[in-house]
Design a protein around this ligand. Structure first.
Ligand SMILES: NC(=O)c1ccc[n+]([C@@H]2O[C@H](COP(=O)([O-])OP(=O)(O)OC[C@H]3O[C@@H](n4cnc5c(N)ncnc54)[C@H](OP(=O)(O)O)[C@@H]3O)[C@@H](O)[C@H]2O)c1
Length: 240
């Protein structure tokens, strides 16, 4: 798929990885639909991106079903289609992150709502028009915490494991439709989310989100497999 002339919906595009991917896609000519809860940061991102491409920015919480429906409805109304959905927005839950024996049920529910239920809801909203065209990409952002067990990362890690298996199931269900499903682990980055997960830790040695972001171009424009789990940091030279 060529990024120029394509329409990409990116959640959590007001900072961090989402904004870096949006910047690169904007430079390649993709039109963007972006969202995040904080309106000021989203407007700022939108103004910058609009210097390169057409942008529809709607602030809101992806776990709010009405907001998600509005995002896709207005995106389709403005651009006529959504070719790529990047489920990037995510939460680690309470900071500092409690061990599982202390994770409140309400906090766990919120993590699952944002990291698993909302991505599936957005997928359900964009799929019908992708199916009609026989083409589309769903990219779900995951973490090695969804595969490996790190003490204290239980709520977030469990949600990413669920997102990963959901993606595998979805890829099976979409086999033969022309719609590709990918899991991308961007690797450790020095971002607000990581700083909230590890408050007090010096993360300045970690790469910024601009390092893994170019790999997403590869995924859209070069990769053709119908399903894959990729580490973005290694994907710049092709998936490992
Ligand atoms: N940083 C790492 O080391 C690392 C490692 C592996 C995987 N990841 C994954 O990479 C992705 C991006 O993380 P990041 O590190 O770039 O985080 P970040 O810098 O904190 O950015 C998160 C973005 O998501 C938005 N967001 C959060 N909750 C939202 C909600 N409920 N509804 C709408 N937007 C929401 C935030 O804006 P608002 O707060 O204003 O809503 C922000 O735009 C996540 O899926 C994360 O799990 C990160």
């Amino acid at each position: 798929m060529n990024l120029s002339n394509s329409v990409v919906l990116i959640t959590g595009a007001s900072r961090g990885l989402g904004l870096e991917v949006a910047r690169i896609f904007a430079r390649r000519g993709a039109s963007l639909v972006i969202t995040a809860r904080g309106a000021d940061a989203l407007w700022k991102a939108s103004e910058e991106l609009a210097l390169q491409t057409e942008v529809l920015a709607i602030p809101g919480d992806i776990a709010d079903l009405v907001h998600a429906e509005r995002l896709v409805r207005e995106g389709l109304a403005q651009f006529g289609r959504i070719d790529v959905l990047i489920n990037n927005a995510s939460t680690v839950g309470p900071s500092p992150m409690p061990s599982l024996d202390l994770l409140a049920p309400e906090a766990f529910e919120e993590i699952l709502r944002v990291n698993v239920v909302a991505p599936l809801h957005l997928i359900q909203l964009v799929l019908p028009q992708m199916k009609v065209r026989g083409e589309g990409l769903i990219i779900n952002i995951t973490s090695d915490a969804g595969v490996k067990a790190y003490a204290g990362w239980g709520g977030y890690g469990t949600s990413k494991a669920a997102l990963e298996h959901l993606s595998r199931m979805l890829a099976e269900e979409l086999r033969g439709t022309g719609i590709r499903v990918y899991l991308v682990d961007p690797g450790d980055m020095n971002t607000q989310m990581h700083r909230e997960a590890d408050p007090g830790l010096d993360l300045s040695h970690l790469p910024g989100p601009e390092v893994p972001a170019p790999a997403f171009v590869h995924l859209v424009e070069v990769e053709t497999a119908s399903f894959g789990r990729f580490e973005a940091l290694r994907m710049v030279d092709g998936p490992s």
